[in-house]
Design a protein around this ligand. Structure first.
Ligand code: PLP
Length: 229
């Protein structure tokens, strides 16, 4: 993606959409579940708008896109303070060769799912805060490791000085029953491992995720509308 972003969504009303969703999360979870706005597919004005309404965490899926927005917001902020205030979560698959470019920018790596990526983070992003992405059902193309890999990844990461904050999972599109089983399994694993964070749930399955103990829902469309591409 280059820097000519499409920007087509009504940012008017964003403050109240975020507040309404946060209220709903509060009611559903008793304050246990935080909201992570997902700004992938939109231009840098969207993370900027999130910051403007007093929130500072955003999720992005693609390294190039995240870095391009970070760069634009750094330029706007002259001294970089706008981009620096945003805590960028990487929620899409990361190629190991992208880690060094992202190392100074990403505050939570949510998709760590293999030894090679753990090792590259240890080398290039010392002390990074990470979630291990788990996929108990083997959904093609969505990333995530099988449950049997988690303990090995965790000890490798901890030995390398990374902070393993929790687990992340993606539901099964269009299948509530399978999705519930994913969330249940991953929540139980986090319990067993003593990991506090469970990043589970998106626009379409956040209630199910909260029922199964999500501490962070990653929400794009329910806040920003359909993505341009
Ligand atoms: C795109 C994406 C989201 C947000 O999805 P919405 O359906 O727009 O809420 C959340 N998590 C991941 C991993 C994603 O890729």
């Amino acid at each position: 993606m280059s820097e000519d972003f499409e920007s087509c969504l009504p940012l008017v009303g964003l403050a109240s959409r975020i507040a309404t969703l946060e209220d709903r999360l509060e009611v559903l979870s008793g304050g246990r579940t935080a909201l992570l706005p997902v700004t992938k597919g939109f231009g840098p004005d969207v993370p900027q708008a999130v910051l403007d309404v007093g929130r500072n965490e955003v999720g992005e899926n693609y390294a190039q896109e995240l870095l391009a927005k970070h760069r634009v917001l750094t330029d706007i902020g002259a001294t970089g303070e706008v981009a620096a205030q945003i805590r960028w979560h990487m929620i899409g698959g990361v190629q190991s060769n992208k880690v060094r470019h992202l190392a100074d920018v990403v505050s939570l790596w949510q998709t760590v799912d293999r030894i090679g990526l753990v090792d590259e983070l240890v080398r290039r992003a010392p002390g990074a805060r990470i979630l291990l992405q788990v996929d108990p059902v083997g959904i093609p193309g969505k990333g995530g490791c099988p449950p049997s890999d988690v303990e090995g990844l965790m000890s490798r990461a901890v030995d390398g000085g990374l902070e393993v904050a929790g687990l992340m999972a993606v539901g099964v599109f269009g299948d509530d029953e399978a999705t519930a089983e994913v969330f249940r399994t991953v929540g139980r694993m986090a319990d067993d491992l003593g990991l506090p964070e469970r990043s589970m749930g998106m626009s379409d399955d956040l209630e199910l995720a909260i029922e199964h103990g999500s501490t962070m829902v990653r929400v794009g469309r329910a806040l920003f509308g359909e993505r341009p591409r």
